[in-house]
Ligand binder design. Structure first.
Ligand code: AMP
Length: 399
C-alpha cells in the first residue's frame, strides 16, 4: 500500500484524531450490533498502547445537520468503555472551546469520543472552516472508517488539508489490501458473483468486473431485467423496465468479447411477495403469469458451484434472492456455504455489501470467508475502479 499507516509514525503523546465508523444500529439508546466498533479496536488499542491521546470522531444515522439526542454517540462511548475495559470520555460536541479543553487535558493513553459529526451540516458539505476546527483537535489524523471513504466529507477529506500526516488505521489498511488484491492483481481464476435488487446500483461494477474476471455470475432480483432483455416472460418478477436495453447491451458485449457471464437457469417463484406464499421451482423460460421469481433454483446453484469451485479469488456482492424470507433464502445460503468451503481450501473470498454479510451472519459463517468489507458503498466504488476521496487524501509513502 502506498499510503502511510499508524505503523509508520510516532504516536507517543500525540493527539491522534481518528475518523472511525461508529454508525451502528441502535435500539432504545443501546448498541444492538457492535461489529463496526469491534472492528476498530485494533487501531484504538495500538494508539493507546503507544501512548497516544486518542480522539475518536464518527457520524451516526442521518440527523440532517441538527442536534438530535436520538442520534447521540453517548451510548457508543459507554459500549466502547466496556469493550476496551478502560473509561472512554465523551465530548458533548465535535468542535468548539469545550471540546478543545477536553482534548488538551487528555493524558497519553486516554480516549475521548466526540459527539456525532453530522449534528453539523458542515460535515457533509465538506466545509473548510469546519474542517479546520476539527484539525485543531489533533497533531495527526488517522482514518479507519473505510465505510465512509467514498464520501468527501470534512472528517474524511477536508480535515487532511489542515492536518498531516494523515494515515490509515488497521481496518482501513486491511480493507484496502484485500480489495486491491481483487482489483489490481487477482489470483486467477477470478470469479465475481453479483445479486441484490437492482441493476441500476450495480451497473458500473458489472461493466468494470467484466474487464477483470474470468467469470461473472448474476443472481438476485437484477437477473430478471436480463431475462426480459433476452425476451423471456418474467411474470411479476422485479423489473427495471428502463434498464432492459442496458441489460441487452451488457449481454451482447459479453458475448462479443467472449466473457463468461452466467445467468441462472431456474428460479423459485411465488404467487405473492410473502414467506408463506405458494412456491415452486421452474426453469427461467417458464415463469408462470402472475408469479414472481424470489430465489435462484437448485440447478442454478449447481451451475454456479461449477464455476466457483475453479476460482482462486471470489468477490460476492448481493443476495441471490429475498433471503430475508426463509423460504427464499436457499440460493443465498448455498452461495454463502460455498464461499466458506472455498476459503478453507485457500481461495481468497471477499464479501462486500451489508446484505451478503447479513446472509453469512444468518448462518453463522461470517468468520468463514477471507474478508467481509465493512463498507458496502465504498467497497462497490473501489471495485468499480473509482478512487475513494478518503483514501486519496491520506499521506503517500515516500519510497
Ligand atoms: P441490493 O441492496 O441491491 O444489494 O439488494 C438487496 C435486496 O435485494 C435484498 O433486500 C433482497 O431481498 C432483494 N432481492 C434479492 N433478490 C430479489 C428478488 N428476486 N426479488 C425481489 N427482491 C430481491
Amino acid at each position: 500500500m502506498n499510503k502511510l499507516t499508524i505503523d509508520d509514525i510516532q504516536l507517543k503523546d500525540k493527539r491522534c484524531l481518528v475518523r472511525v465508523d461508529f454508525n451502528v444500529p441502535m435500539e432504545s439508546g443501546r448498541v444492538v450490533d457492535d461489529n463496526r466498533i469491534v472492528e476498530s479496536l485494533p487501531t484504538i488499542k495500538k494508539l493507546l498502547d503507544s501512548g497516544g491521546r486518542v480522539i475518536l470522531m464518527s457520524h451516526l444515522g442521518r440527523p440532517k445537520g441538527k442536534r438530535n439526542p436520538e442520534y447521540s454517540l453517548q451510548p457508543v462511548a459507554t459500549h466502547l468503555t466496556k469493550l476496551l475495559g478502560e473509561p472512554v470520555k465523551f465530548a458533548p460536541d465535535c468542535i468548539g472551546e469545550e471540546v478543545k479543553k477536553m482534548v488538551n487535558t487528555l493524558a497519553g493513553d486516554e480516549c475521548l469520543l466526540l459527539e456525532n459529526l453530522r449534528f453539523h451540516q458542515e460535515e457533509e458539505r465538506n466545509d473548510q472552516h469546519f474542517s479546520q476546527e476539527l484539525a485543531l483537535l489533533g497533531d495527526l489524523y488517522v482514518n479507519d472508517a473505510f465505510g465512509t471513504a467514498h464520501r468527501a466529507h470534512a472528517s474524511t477529506e477536508g480535515v487532511t488539508h489542515f492536518l498531516q500526516p494523515a494515515v490509515a488505521g488497521y481496518l482501513m489498511k486491511k480493507e484496502l489490501e484485500y480489495l486491491s488484491r481483487a482489483v489490481i492483481n487477482p489470483v486467477r481464476p477470478y470469479v465475481a458473483i453479483l445479486g441484490g435488487a437492482k441493476i441500476s446500483g450495480k451497473i458500473e461494477i458489472i461493466q468494470n468486473l467484466m474487464n477483470k474476471v474470468d467469470a461473472l455470475l448474476i443472481g438476485g432480483g437484477m437477473m430478471f431485467t436480463f431475462f426480459k432483455a433476452q425476451g423471456l416472460d418474467i411474470g411479476g418478477s422485479l423489473l427495471e423496465a428502463d434498464k432492459v436495453d442496458l441489460g441487452a447491451k451488457i449481454l451482447k458485449d459479453a458475448q462479443k468479447r467472449n466473457i463468461k457471464l452466467l445467468l441462472p437457469v431456474d428460479c423459485v417463484v411465488a404467487d405473492k411477495f410473502e414467506n408463506s406464499a405458494n412456491r415452486k421451482t421452474v426453469p427461467v423460460m417458464q415463469i408462470p403469469k402472475g408469479w414472481m421469481g424470489l430465489d435462484i433454483g437448485q440447478e442454478s446453484v449447481r451451475l454456479f458451484r461449477e464455476e466457483l469451485h475453479k476460482a482462486r479469488t471470489v468477490v460476492w456482492n448481493g443476495p441471490m434472492g429475498v433471503f430475508e424470507m426463509d423460504n427464499f433464502a436457499s440460493g443465498t445460503i448455498a452461495i454463502a456455504k460455498m464461499l466458506a468451503d472455498l476459503t478453507k481450501n485457500g481461495t481468497i473470498t471477499i464479501v462486500g455489501g451489508g446484505d451478503s454479510a447479513a446472509a453469512l451472519a444468518k448462518i453463522g459463517l461470517e468468520k468463514s470467508v477471507s474478508h467481509i468489507s465493512t463498507g458496502g458503498g465504498a467497497s462497490l466504488e473501489f471495485l468499480e475502479g473509482k478512487i475513494l476521496p478518503g483514501v486519496a487524501a491520506l499521506t503517500d509513502r515516500q519510497n
